[in-house]
Structure formats: structure tokens, C-alpha cells
Design a protein around this ligand. Structure first.
Ligand code: ATP
Ligand code: MG
Length: 565
């Protein structure tokens, strides 16, 4: 199935929603949510989830909540809360005034737990975490009943109250649902609802020392907020019976949980735990390192939220796990920037060219096209003079076969300008090329009647006295393997890190206009790729650029392109 056909087809979640609207299951309401745990920065997988949940709310005229699932105080921090809110807004998830926190429902959840105890559906258990795990049984064998399973309701109420008051140390007691230790679904074997944790919560401070477990809390949060479709990833499919059980036992409003496949991308890690490890062990410069698949990383790299949305829409959603080619994501930003990015000339690895027959001190103002895809972008002036920079790659002292760019005695066209011929190669005592002495053909100026003489290649250039010096950072994939988790015995995903994923070029020469680039502004550097002025380090007059993505053309193909020009 082609991408376009897929787009026309409704995804299975929207089909469920259409059906629910038909049967009036939720009285015509649609209400979704995005429920991150504030224990890390958001990544591209979360973007898919936001795009799905917000996209549904928007399409059906419903509502979308932003809710922090902040039920685990030990790993959660305000820094993450702030960054997540920022990222969700940037991705375009409009939650209006509904910025919500699961921790605000702790009182209600506690009341409901008491209600279950009173109904004989929950009990305080003194087994340790290990003992609970060991008595849980396996997929083929039933578990064993806890010796505390048949405590009286009064005793359970008393113990649970004292757990809350802080009378017991961490790990000494839990509150468990009383379901069935022989249930075929292990999630239903008396799951833990509360554990004791004497830790401060980022919003609740020291008010609580019992904290709810995900499975207990999540459905209650959805129910309180009146969520209609609680969309989560596939690993929760086996938890749905428990989600339903808690809500049914309490007799409260019942949202519908629906699972879809999480996004996996080639050459990319989308696990918060592993991303945290990359940051903490300084394999990258931070959460916003442009090589990170985090939203802040993509943003700093120069991706637009629109391109990420286009990507999410293209890949669609499914019920089966798969791995998406990261090239799809690169394609979506390239497509957008091809249409929108202003073209510019930048020489990343410069070598100086001196036009020995060009008058000293003369400057010509040449017209350059701003965007061939968008006529309304107009043209700009670029200065041309006696000294300029070209790419080292565009000169070969000993040209290989089919190399049509500059070499001794050979000609090349400087884009928008003249045909030049290499007359002499100047080297230092170590044999490094420091300058190329060339002559220009005054009759060959682009756009003039005598300019029709053809040469096989056209290259870009920057006038040396007018050039702006800059740092340019070239990024490559952070991992060498398509599946970074595929490792030999005893190795980890860290051993698959690409040691050449960042190349910093400090000698770059840019055309004058780029000196005024604003942080976050994006350009196509002709023949070199799409670049974005770094939002942290770039300053007008001292630009720093990140490569967002390469052009479709690799260097190998440029040779063919040159022939066509
Ligand atoms: P954790 O292991 O810390 O729970 P998580 O990636 O599940 O990590 P959450 O903060 O719980 O992180 O995720 C918030 C929401 O984003 C959840 O609804 C989750 O299903 C969804 N989500 C997370 N990762 C992906 C992914 N790779 N693709 C699609 N959705 C995802
Ligand atoms: Mg999760």
C-alpha cells in the first residue's frame, strides 16, 4: 500500500470513534488526553501520541487534556514538567486551560481505595516486593494466595489508614486488590494498588507517603476527567482487564482504553531511560543535543513542528509493532524546507581562489535567486570580487575520471558569475594547498549575451573580503546500527554509538546576508544541505549553524548534477 492510499484510509482508532458516535456511547462527546510521566524529556514517540490524541479531539470537535501522570515521586522533577508543557505546545497540542495533574486526585483515589477495602475487594499485605513477585506464579502456573489475603475489613481499614499516616517503613506493606491469584492474566493476580514511599512529591510535598501504582491510578484519572477514549501503547493491552475491573468495582464513569503500536525508528532510541543515560553519561551535550530524538533536540536541530506532524500523519497508526525508517522523518523536513528555505551560499571547507586578471578593489553586485521553488521569494545581491572561497572538494589537483569541477588547466563556472580557469596551485612548505591562482573569462558573465559558452560544472563560492566566518556543525545518525539495541553478548546500546555523529567545522565562510541570521532561522546552503542558526549559540555577527538534514543529493550525485547544468 502506498503512503497516499494509507492516508485516505481511516485508522482503526477513528473507526472505533465513528462507531461510538453512531451508537451514542459517550453522548456524542470526544475527549482524549496525553498523560506523560514527568521523568524525562519528550521524544518523537510522544509526538506521535500527542498528534494522535490532539488530532482526534480537533477533528471531532472534542477536547484534549494535558495531564501529568505524576504518581511516582522518586523519578519526577519540575524541570521535566516545564519542558513537557513547552514541548506539547510546540508540537501543537492545544490543551487550552486543561493542564492537569494526577497528583491532584490523590485524595479521591485514597477514598476510592477505602471504598474497595470496605467492599472486601482490597487488602493490606505484609509480603515484601520480592515475595509478592515470587508468589505471583507464571503464565502456566497459578499464583499463591497471600497469607494476609483474608484480613478483616476493619483490620485492613486500620492498617491502610496507618500506612497513610506514616507508621510503617518503605516496602513493609502494600495495599493489594483482591481479585484472583489463579487468573490466567497475571495482571489480575492481586495487583498492588499502593506502596509506601517516604518521599517528597514535586507538587504535594510531604503530604503523602503512600503512592498509587499506575494500573490503579490511570483509569481513575481518565474517569475523573471524563475521558472518552484512553489511548495508550500496546504494552498496556494486557492491563486493560484490570483498568476495567477497578472502574467497574467502583461503579464510576467508564472510559474506553484503546491500544496502538508505539513508534520505533531506525538508528534511534526512544526509551526515556536510555535517553537519560545518554545525557547523564555525557554521550551527548544534553537533552537538547541536536542528535537526540527528543522534541527539544529536533527543535534545536532545526526541525519544524509542521514537519513532525506531517511525518506522524504519513506513518499513520497501527495495532502491530513495526520500525519506521528514520529517512521518512528526514524526508518530511526536507520537503518542507525545499519549499520554504531561503537559499544561500556557504563554503564549509574553504580554499582561497585569487583571480589574477580581475581588477584589484573592484566589486560587482550579482543577482542570486532566493528560492527557485518560490518565485515570490525574489532575488538578492551577492558581492563578487578578486578573492573568493570555494569548497576544497570542488578542486582536485589530480582529478579522478569524470571529475568535472576545478583542476589545474581546467575550467568551471562560478554560479551567477564567470567561468574561471585554474592556472597555478600555491602550497606551503608542507605541501598543503593554500591558494589557487585562477583567471576569469570577462566575456562569460552569467546573464550576458556572450555568456553561452558551456563548461561541465558549476560551483558555489563566497567573496573573501565580504565573507562572514562561522561555525557549522554537521550531524550524522547517533547510532551505527539500524536497531541500536542489537548488540553482541556483554555489550550495550552505548557500544553502537556512532563516534562520528558530530563534526564541527570552525573555518566556514558564509555569504554576507547570513551574518544577520536570527537564531532558529533556516536556510538551504546551496549544494550542502539545510541549516538552522543554533538557538543557543548563534549570534548575529557570529553565526553558528546546525545541519538539519542533507540534500537528497550526495556528493557522488553532485557530479552528475554538475553535468546537467
Ligand atoms: P516510561 O517507560 O517512562 O513509562 P513512556 O515512553 O511510556 O516511558 P510516558 O511518559 O508514560 O512515557 O508516555 C506518555 C504517553 O506517550 C503514553 O500514553 C505513551 O503510551 C505514549 N508514548 C510513549 N512512547 C511512545 C512511542 N514510542 N510511540 C507512541 N507513543 C508513545
Ligand atoms: Mg509509560
Amino acid at each position: 500500500m502506498s503512503i497516499d492510499e494509507k492516508e485516505e484510509k481511516k485508522d482503526f482508532i477513528r473507526e472505533i470513534i465513528d462507531e461510538d458516535l453512531k451508537t451514542n456511547k459517550f453522548q456524542g462527546r470526544i475527549h482524549t488526553r496525553f498523560p506523560p510521566e514527568p521523568n524525562g524529556y519528550l521524544h518523537i514517540g510522544h509526538a506521535k501520541s500527542i498528534n494522535l490524541n490532539y488530532g482526534i479531539a480537533k477533528q471531532y470537535g472534542g477536547k484534549f487534556n494535558m495531564r501529568f501522570d505524576d504518581t511516582n515521586p522518586s523519578k519526577e522533577e519540575q524541570e521535566y514538567v516545564d519542558s513537557i508543557v513547552d514541548d506539547v505546545r510546540w508540537i501543537g497540542g492545544d490543551f487550552e486551560d486543561r493542564l492537569l495533574y494526577a497528583s491532584d486526585y490523590f485524595d479521591k483515589m485514597y477514598e476510592w481505595a477505602v471504598q474497595l477495602i470496605k467492599a472486601g475487594k482490597a487488602y493490606v499485605c505484609d509480603l515484601s516486593g520480592d515475595e509478592i513477585r515470587d508468589t505471583r506464579g507464571t503464565l502456566t502456573e497459578p499464583g499463591k494466595d497471600s497469607p494476609y489475603r483474608n484480613r478483616s475489613i476493619e483490620e485492613n481499614l486500620d492498617l491502610f489508614e496507618r500506612m497513610r499516616k506514616g507508621e510503617f517503613p518503605n516496602g513493609s506493606k502494600t495495599l493489594r486488590a483482591k481479585i484472583d491469584m489463579a487468573a490466567p492474566n497475571v495482571n489480575l493476580r492481586d495487583p498492588i494498588m499502593y506502596r509506601i514511599l517516604h518521599e517528597s512529591h514535586h507538587r504535594q510535598g510531604d503530604k503523602w507517603c503512600v503512592y498509587p501504582m499506575y494500573d490503579w491510578a490511570h483509569g481513575l484519572e481518565d474517569s475523573i476527567e471524563g475521558i472518552t477514549h484512553s489511548i495508550c501503547t500496546l504494552e498496556f493491552e494486557n492491563h486493560r482487564p484490570l483498568y476495567d475491573w477497578f472502574i467497574d468495582q467502583l461503579g464510576i464513569y467508564h472510559p474506553q482504553q484503546i491500544e496502538f503500536a508505539r513508534l520505533n525508528l531506525t538508528y534511534t532510541i526512544v526509551s526515556k531511560r536510555k535517553l537519560l543515560q545518554l545525557v547523564q553519561e555525557k554521550h551527548v551535550s544534553g537533552w537538547d543535543d541536536p542528535r537526540m530524538p527528543t522534541i527539544v533536540g529536533f527543535r534545536r536541530r532545526g526541525y519544524t513542528s509542521e514537519s513532525i506532524k506531517v511525518f506522524c500523519d504519513k506513518i499513520g497508526i497501527s495495532k502491530k509493532d513495526s520500525i519506521i525508517d528514520v529517512a521518512m522523518l528526514e524526508w518530511s523536513i526536507r520537503e518542507e524546507l525545499n519549499k520554504t528555505a531561503q537559499r544561500a551560499n556557504a563554503v564549509l571547507n574553504p580554499v582561497k581562489v585569487i583571480l589574477t586578471n580581475y581588477p584589484e578593489g573592484q566589486v560587482e553586485e550579482l543577482q542570486a535567486v532566493n528560492n527557485p521553488e518560490d518565485e515570490s521569494a525574489g532575488t538578492r545581491i551577492v558581492p563578487f570580487s578578486r578573492e573568493m572561497y570555494i569548497e576544497q572538494e570542488d578542486f582536485r589537483e589530480v582529478p579522478p575520471p569524470k571529475y568535472f569541477r576545478l583542476s589545474p588547466g581546467k575550467e568551471v563556472r562560478l554560479r551567477y558569475a564567470y567561468i574561471i580557469k585554474c592556472e597555478k596551485v600555491i602550497k606551503d612548505d608542507k605541501g598543503n594547498i593554500i591558494e589557487l591562482h585562477c583567471t576569469y573569462d570577462p566575456t562569460s558573465k552569467s546573464g550576458t549575451p556572450t555568456a553561452n559558452r558551456k563548461v561541465k560544472a558549476t560551483i558555489h563560492w563566497v567573496s573573501a573580503p565580504h565573507a562572514v566566518s562561522a561555525e557549522v556543525r554537521l550531524y550524522d545518525r547517533l547510532f551505527l546500527k539500524e536497531n541500536p539495541d542489537e548488540t553482541e553478548e556483554g555489550k550495550t546500546f552505548l557500544d553502537n554509538i556512532n563516534p562520528n555523529s558530530l563534526q564541527v567545522l570552525t573555518q566556514c565562510k558564509l555569504e554576507p546576508m547570513l551574518g544577520a541570521a536570527k537564531p532558529g532561522e533556516r536556510f538551504q546552503f546551496e549544494r550542502m544541505g539545510y541549516f538552522c542558526a543554533d538557538i543557543k549559540d548563534s549570534k548575529p555577527g557570529a553565526p553558528v549553524f546546525n545541519r538539519v538534514v542533507t540534500l537528497k543529493d550526495t556528493w557522488a550525485k553532485i557530479e552528475q548534477k554538475d553535468i546537467k547544468r
